[in-house]
Write a protein that binds this ligand. Sequence first.
Ligand code: PLP
Length: 397
Amino acid sequence: MIIIVVRGIKMNLINEKAMVLKQGEIRAMFEKAKLFNNVISLGIGEPDLDTPKNIVEAGCKALNNGKTHYTPNAGIIGLRQEISKNLEKFGINSNPDKEIIVTTGAMGSLSMCLMVMINEGDEVLIQDPQWLNYYSQVKFVGGVAVPIPVYEKNSFKLVAKDIRDRITDKTKIIMINTPNNPTGAVLDYNDLREIADIAIENDLFIISDEVYSTLIYDGRRHISIASIEGMRDRVITINSFSKSFAMTGWRIGYAAGNEMVIDKMTRLQENLVACVNEPAQYAAIEALRNFDISENLKNIFESRRNHIVKELNSINGLSCTMPSGGFYVFLNIKATQKTSSEFANELLENKKVVTIPGSAFGKMGEGYVRIAYTLEESKLLEAVARIGDYVGSLIKE
Ligand code: PLP
């Protein structure tokens, strides 16, 4: 064992799992981008728009009215009731008293759910590529993240057979994320029905991360796997206000589902952070009561998606499938012969555009970079022009 000594203190004092935690590649690209001027960032996974005024005012009003205290560990009941009403729209019945917890963003839900469910060595099936935090969260709680490859030829959708092939007697959980970060893939009813059947046949649990559920395009409707027959108690549905209501900085989200899991998460939250800050919970009520806000955001992102995909596909040497949801394009750069890390780093150094190397999202992400279209259209077009210049210097007609 290597023991690192820092200013005379042996660092084996620190938990071994904490020692392997490192900065993710998304944050690393942001750090590097600070070294340059005139940078356009297509790296940011959050809406560029500020939180709508009425939501901000609801938060301020709560503060002015003395809502400055601890709340119940699971969150104020008024918010849990609104969440329950909202889940009904997606065919999910949940008891606001026992089956819902308000957490610090979806990340609070994801990490606590894994903490209360995973024993050392339990296997968790996660699609590859996938938002990188899943892998590190699973590892940190002693689980084993088992990647399931998804392919561009299948529009990056998780395919039931590929899940089945990787089930062992240690498999406990399948994590799904639709619409998906980084690919923009959306699972439809049939995809989800097949995954549900696998879970039922093999007695598995599903963690369903639906933080992009309102950002779904071409007139499609989001489907929650918890609404599928037989799945009610086998799923924890996780969602948040971050992407749907431009509220990333408020740090508020929720989990709903199996009563025992929610109860344990609530007991854990009591020990970790007690509760989510009170004014954010009042702001979240205002958000859910004005759901059309998320519809407006969706329309903005859908229009940007249409433009950027068309522009990117017109660049010789690049291609991308049309993402069905979220606010990311997973751009195929294979024809440039660059690794995704080389591509992203050179693009930043030479053209001052931030993208995220696909390899940051898993082995299957190699050959792609993730582009977030979380910028106004004029900036997006400028960024695409710079990408075109860079790729033009690599690929001669
Ligand atoms: N889940 C996915 C798939 C994400 O992409 C993100 C953020 O990028 C999160 C969860 C985190 O959401 P929150 O801000 O609600 O913690």
